[in-house]
Design a protein around this ligand. Structure first.
Ligand SMILES: Nc1ncnc2c1ncn2[C@@H]1O[C@H](COP(=O)(O)OP(=O)(O)OP(=O)(O)O)[C@@H](O)[C@H]1O
Length: 619
């Protein structure tokens, strides 16, 4: 076995320069809390810390690190970074997943350990449970359902941790509702319910809890500011008062999940419970200095928090641009954006994927007109709403890479990705089995190339090829390793969406590589909601439709709304644009016109930033 590196000899992978507090946080032996702003390298710090723990033997074989993120793509991104930093062999002891996937994996394995009345055999994951839960309350206790002042019944069902106290009447009803729902054949459960039940499994089965605690020596918590009450209770049940060491990273200015139940004062609670040492980071590695000054200005004025971010010395002091643009209507706006973007794209100065257009909600209000005009001038843009989720799912991404290998034998990246996926789902293999897997995979793709890359495929051939690839990967192993695919429905749904899109593109272009580019959005400007921009970064970010008071009314908006705006803004590396129109047609509101009643509010705030550039077409 490879020797561990001595702690005093360890240096960050890729010789990455890090600020002092980050170095200290990596080497901290106790629990820690790293609170830091956007672009401060929180995710990078977790990847480096994992590398440190695995390479120095602080996390000794066979112990593992568990990293919990909120979104599937964030979990994948962290896993990839660790693999890159310390290689596949060590990274096999780094489990990176979402809270939901983690609890579901325990639930699927141990749900027979639930107490009588709560046992679940087969079940379905259903994210839309509001009506079913309300119906369950009604059928268990109609009077309670109609009169009890418990607020949202869907939330109320999972508001209490098990075991429920028998003395309180309202809680007795809660227990009855749970039993009623779980009695149904193949009951539907949402992730909150699954997590509460998993928590219960661990409470009543100390052996299961012990297995978990023996497996993981270190727990990483990414985006910790968004942790909900249910998740925090679950985390405590799993690991609090165990030898596991906690590292939480987050940013209180990036709390955007208030609507989804983010726990209040989560940092204080966690610090009290774990006695975590704080490590504040101040560097912002992502954005140019002028953008950081703008972010600091908004942190101070809008979020009313101390603004401490400093730029890295990789930038010149005046680099970065913040521009506000005023137009009489959306036609002038889109023409201006077309002119600007054409200029930026000229001679490949900027890739389309490095520009992002953001709207608050309802991309369909804004994107069709932009996409239409851009496409007339040879610029591709697309609404990412449907495809974004798909492209963060490991199995469709694997299939896309595998197709690329069938149609282009020279793609080293596709081969790396495909093989990494196969290694991951065959984690238990010994070295000689891995070698054999490599040989078999090379042969599989050689054969697939001979059989399928020899003329245009019809839809039957296309589906056959996808089926062959899925069979080669072994769907059972895929399901075993990705809890979200276990019940098969979600997997079917995303695969159907993917193959439909891909087949359409292939039929249009006759070229699989072009179709794959279209699927991945290569050479395409993404249009998305500000929520979806979380965790991403772009050279240029354009906020469209800021005059819409539904978008942004900062005087009346809540902290999470302000935070969401701030998070989206902090995705920009070098340039940010805000556009306002005096009038704008709103297609889905009966073709009406929206007037700019929000314009006076936010524009004042942005306008007062001393380094703002203005483009004004309103006479
Ligand atoms: N020490 C470093 N040196 C140079 N670049 C870095 C360093 N740490 C991070 N970066 C780069 O800065 C950017 C932001 O890093 P990262 O995504 O880790 O930050 P974050 O704090 O998790 O961001 P956010 O909370 O805004 O999503 C990335 O492009 C990353 O590669």
């Amino acid at each position: 076995m490879k020797k561990y590196i001595r702690e005093e000899d360890w240096v960050p992978a890729d010789n990455m320069h890090m600020e002092r507090a980050a170095h200290n946080a990596i080497r901290e032996t106790g629990n820690s809390l790293i609170v830091a702003g956007p672009g401060s390298g929180k995710t990078e710090l977790l990847a480096q810390k994992a590398t440190f723990l695995l390479q120095t033997g602080r996390c000794p074989w066979p112990k593992k690190i568990l990293a919990i993120s909120f979104k599937v793509d964030a979990a994948n991104n962290l896993r990839d970074r660790v693999q890159m930093r310390c290689g596949q062999a060590l990274a096999r002891r780094f489990d990176s997943m979402t809270f939901d996937a983690f609890s579901k994996s325990i639930f699927d394995r141990y749900r027979r350990g639930l107490p009588e009345g709560f046992k679940v055999q087969q079940y379905n994951v259903n994210l839309k449970m509001k009506q079913a839960i309300e119906a369950a309350f009604l059928s268990v206790d109609e009077e309670f359902a109609r009169t009890a002042n418990v607020g949202n019944q869907e939330k109320y069902l999972t508001a209490r941790q098990f075991p429920l106290s028998p003395n309180d009447q309202s809680i007795a009803v809660l227990g009855d509702v749970w039993r009623h729902m779980l009695r149904q054949p193949n009951p539907d459960l949402n992730f909150q319910m699954i997590m509460r039940l998993t928590d219960y499994i661990l409470m009543v089965n100390p052996k299961v809890k012990a297995i978990l605690q023996q497996t993981y020596s270190h727990i990483f918590l990414d985006e910790f500011q968004d942790t909900t009450d249910i998740q925090y209770d679950f985390l405590k049940t799993c690991f609090l008062n165990s030898p596991a060491n906690f590292t939480a990273v987050g940013d209180d200015k990036q709390t955007i999940m208030g609507w989804a139940g983010a726990k209040e004062k989560i940092f204080e609670t966690y610090s009290n419970d774990t006695k975590a040492r704080p490590f504040p980071l101040t560097m912002n590695w992502r954005s140019a200095p002028r953008l950081i000054r703008f972010q600091n200005y908004l942190v101070d004025q809008l979020l009313k928090k101390p603004a401490i971010a400093v730029p890295s010395d990789l930038w010149g002091d005046i680099e970065g641009e913040v521009r506000m643009c005023f137009f009489p209507d959306h036609n002038r706006e889109r023409q201006y954006l077309l002119d600007q973007i054409s200029g930026w794209l000229k001679n490949g100065q900027l890739a389309p994927r490095n520009i992002c257009i953001l709207v608050k909600q309802k991309t369909e209000y804004y994107s069709p007109a932009l996409i239409e005009l851009f496409s007339k001038h040879g610029i591709k843009a697309r609404d990412e709403t449907e495809l974004q989720d798909l492209l963060t799912e490991p199995f469709p991404v694997f299939i896309a890479d595998a197709l690329e290998l069938v149609f282009s034998s020279r793609s080293a990246t596709a081969w790396d990705n495909v093989f990494r996926f196969l290694v991951f789902i065959n984690q238990s293999y010994e070295d000689d089995q891995m070698l054999s897997l490599r040989r078999k995979t090379i042969t599989f793709f050689k054969n697939a190339r001979n059989n399928f890359n020899n003329g245009r495929l019809n839809s039957a051939g296309f589906n056959l090829l996808i089926g062959e690839i899925a069979k080669y990967a072994n769907i059972k192993k895929v399901k075993d390793n990705y809890p979200q695919y276990k019940d098969g429905k979600w997997l079917r749904k995303i695969m159907e969406a993917m193959t439909t899109y891909l087949l359409k593109q292939y039929t249009l272009t006759g070229n699989m590589l072009t179709a794959l580019d279209a699927l991945r959005g290569a050479d395409t400007i993404p249009i998305m909601t500000i929520h979806k921009s979380k965790g991403l970064e772009f050279h240029t970010v354009i906020f469209v439709g800021l005059e819409d008071s539904a978008f942004w009314s900062y005087q009346t908006s809540t902290t999470p709304d302000n935070n969401t705006f701030f998070v989206a803004l902090s995705r920009a590396k070098e340039r940010v644009l805000f556009t306002f129109c005096q009038t704008r047609p709103l297609p889905t509101r009966g073709g009406g016109t929206q007037y700019a009643n929000g314009i006076q509010q936010i524009h004042q705030l942005i306008n007062n930033f001393s380094e703002i550039d203005i483009h004004n077409e309103i006479s």
